[in-house]
Design a protein around this ligand. Sequence first.
Ligand code: SF4
Length: 90
Amino acid sequence: MSEFESQPDMYVIAHPCIDVKDKACVDVCPVNCIHPVDGEDADQLYIDPTECIMCGACEPECPVEAIFIVEDLPAEWAHFEKINADYFLK
Ligand code: SF4
């Protein structure tokens, strides 16, 4: 397992997604890097930082405004960058 490295321009899904999991973002992602696709077995959806091409297509689609680039994350949700990355280390 490699050390977690912050990427300021990476897209991540934050707290508003918890228990919402609308999946509008999944439908528009051109590289299918938002998981789990079925929304099952997870509290929220996550963006795979190794697959995301940072196109930004998902961000305006989220009905609860849960998607941010890392440098725009509200301070109270800064830890969601690591939460997204950690989901894919399982
Ligand atoms: Fe997918 Fe683009 Fe959003 Fe990355 S920024 S999760 S590639 S839609």
